[in-house]
Ligand binder design. Structure first.
Ligand code: PRX
Length: 632
């Protein structure tokens, strides 16, 4: 059924197009860019590649917001819903493409009037409400670079990101709803703003109605500014390589990396993958549960979906509010057809009980997606049977903030599925699984996942740190300076299918969120009782990984359950609740190499309750292992 109707049609069609895309990449990408994007001036070159720097579609100019909105105006789509929004309290709002376009034009005028334009940075700290989409597209329209900061991040995290990119404008809200309570975003933003001299103006969306202080001369209400602005806006066009956004993500140091994406290549990757991976059609109502503050919200709520003219469903709040069946209620209420979510959410639904699902029909669903971490077979089967009723394919999509769009994935109706495998590369993508020397490992063996050729939606650099960009992503194999390092381990089976194992660097994946061990350690380091710490992941049925921190206290400090609780709260305050450690373990020593580097693999074995494996000859003091195992 699905096969005959899908956009691609068959596995043979996938193989044909994939072969073409890797045999003659320039021909393939030229055709795709011409077919899928709307250009104000055609590009001259498909790619200029001098590793590690790529430039795609140079010579061309376009406007990304025009590609997402204006192209639908004057067509049948203009009166179709672009966004169906449901707030946590139950309020519902629908915006057609025409209405969304008008709002974006109004905000574009506001930005023009505030002197925010090409190349200026705008920080966005909003709940999951339509204004978040409007704000992003308005930035794109005037050529400003947005950096969306997830609303669950702390004031400190917001401050660091604003200061790193020197944002001129902040767009925030009074508050948003989460589990029946108001999350006070404006007051969190105010704390950050005391230390962000670059911010000249703060636009405040009224969402939750909570009281906020408005700082005269700096803070203005969004609705007041919009009221006077015209709904028509003539947009300028920008170079293909004009920066579109910065999105901060965790790396292996304490400082988050400002991943920079540019315009044409990013948009093409997001649009093309949305079209094929979600098999989009005009009647779809697509629900991605990721927040706009993550790359999934950028590519698969906003840019990829809107450029395809899809109807997206946005939900503001928690999946279990007021009851654990909120998602399934909404699927039926709005007749949603596609659901894209994370394995950690699926495992939470499983835990809450089948009865919450079985109460609802879910007959509108036709396709399911998974992203963010490997999906375990048990969760896959549950998702397939309980949610998809054995009739919806599951697309397990592998990609990263840095890749901009999905790189390894099944295409529904075409790729035979294997639960737990992200299956095969998307068009134009040539991944390999290699050993430390860069040799391809044998079938079924674990290795490092690299992408051997550039692709249009790849990151271009790290904001203000090109040296870190080159070192982090391209530095590993001197004989292959053009290979992009994913930081993930993987293996390939006899059918060429990829099985992603997870991060092999100092990055944890907790409930599908990336958290750097060094970030947690540096947050702990600011607590007066802590001398040293080490953060590690422990396998966890629900979250994928749970966050465990080992803490060595300063002289004179005594460990206690109260102090452990204080330290957990301290990390949540410093970074955001998503980084709250699951457990604090006090220790008297940490396993270190003689050069002083913490041997994290040993700590990982200890928290997993395994016998410590591998070489310990480089260890400074082997007795530490026994002490930690004994809980000292
Ligand atoms: O380890 C991989 C895991 O998530 C990492 C990327 O995280 P982030 O940049 O936050 O982006 C998440 C959303 C794209 C990857 O390095 N990951 C993502 N998708 C999958 C996955 N692991 C296994 N299977 C996936 N489908």
């Amino acid at each position: 059924m699905f096969q005959r109707a899908s956009n691609l049609g068959s596995f043979a069609a996938y193989e044909r197009l994939y072969t073409e895309s890797v045999r003659e990449p320039e021909v393939f990408w030229k055709r795709m860019a011409e077919e899928h994007l709307i250009w104000r001036r055609p590009f001259r070159n498909v790619i200029k590649w001098k590793a590690p720097h790529a430039q795609w579609f140079t010579g061309g100019i376009l406007n990304v917001a025009e590609n997402c909105l204006d192209r639908h105006i004057g067509t049948v789509r203009e009166n179709q819903a672009a966004i169906i929004f449901e707030g946590e309290p139950g309020d519902v709002r629908t915006l057609t493409y025409l209405q969304l376009h008008s709002d974006v034009c109004r905000v574009a005028h506001v930005l023009d009037n505030l002197g925010v334009g090409k190349g200026d940075r705008v920080a966005i700290y909003l709940p999951m409400i339509p204004e978040a989409v409007v704000a992003m597209l308005a930035c794109a329209r005037v050529g400003a670079i947005h950096t969306v900061v997830f609303g669950g991040f702390s004031s400190d995290s917001l401050k660091d990101r604003i200061n790193d990119c020197q944002a001129k404008l902040l767009i925030t809200a009074d508050g948003g709803w989460r589990r029946g309570r108001v999350v006070e975003l404006k007051s969190a933003a105010d704390k950050a703003l005391a230390h962000t001299p670059s911010v000249q103006t703060v636009l405040v969306v009224k969402r939750a109605g909570n009281n906020v202080g408005m700082h005269a001369g700096r803070d203005v209400w969004w609705h007041e500014m919009l009221a006077g602005a015209p709904a028509i806006h003539r947009a300028k066009a920008f170079d293909s390589e004009h920066p579109l956004f910065i999105l901060y993500t965790s790396g292996s140091t304490g400082k988050p990396k400002g991943v920079l994406h540019t315009s044409a290549g990013y948009l093409l990757g997001a649009k093309l993958s949305s079209h094929y991976v979600f098999d989009l059609r005009a009647t779809d109502r697509y629900f991605c549960s990721a927040d706009i503050g993550w790359i999934t919200g950028h590519s698969y709520v906003v840019y990829g979906l809107m450029s395809n003219g899809a109807t997206i469903f946005l939900y503001e709040g928690a999946p279990n509010h007021p009851e654990p069946d909120r998602f399934w209620q909404m699927v039926d209420r709005h007749a949603l057809t596609i659901l894209y979510t994370a394995p950690t959410a699926i495992r939470a639904f499983m835990r809450w009980g089948d009865e919450h699902v079985l109460r609802h029909k879910l007959t509108s669903l036709r396709l399911l997606g998974s992203v963010g971490e490997p999906i375990n077979p048990e969760a896959w089967q549950w998702y397939y049977k309980l949610i998809g009723k054995n009739r919806c394919p599951i697309v397990d999509t592998w990609w990263q903030t840095e890749t901009g769009s999905i790189l390894i994935t099944p295409l529904p109706g075409a790729t035979p599925l294997k639960p737990g495998s992200a299956t095969l590369p998307f068009f134009g993508i040539v991944p390999r699984v290699v050993d430390d020397q860069g040799r391809e490992v044998a079938e079924g063996q674990d290795g490092k996942l690299v992408i051997t050729r550039p692709w249009p939606s790849m990151l271009r650099t790290l904001w203000d740190d090109d040296e870190r960009y080159a070192r982090t992503y391209f530095g590993e194999y001197p004989r292959h300076p053009e290979w992009y390092l994913t930081g993930d381990g993987a293996r390939r089976d006899k059918d060429g299918y990829f099985w992603i194992i997870g991060r092999i660097d100092d990055v944890l994946n907790i409930s599908g969120h990336r958290i750097g061990t060094a970030e947690v350690e540096s947050a702990l380091g600011t607590h007066p009782a802590v001398a040293e710490s080490a953060a590690v992941g422990k396998p966890d049925d629900l979250k994928g990984q749970a966050l465990i921190v080992f803490v060595i206290l300063k002289e004179g400090q005594t460990s206690s359950p109260e102090l452990a609780e204080q330290l957990r709260a301290h990390v949540a305050r410093e970074i955001g609740a998503l980084a709250r450690p699951d457990q604090v373990r006090f220790a008297s020593g940490l396993p270190k190499t003689r050069s002083g580097k913490i041997m994290r693999r040993i700590l990982k074995d200890i928290v997993a309750g395994k016998t410590v494996q591998g070489d310990v000859t480089t260890m400074e003091d082997v007795s530490v292992i026994a002490a930690l195992q004994a809980g000292a």
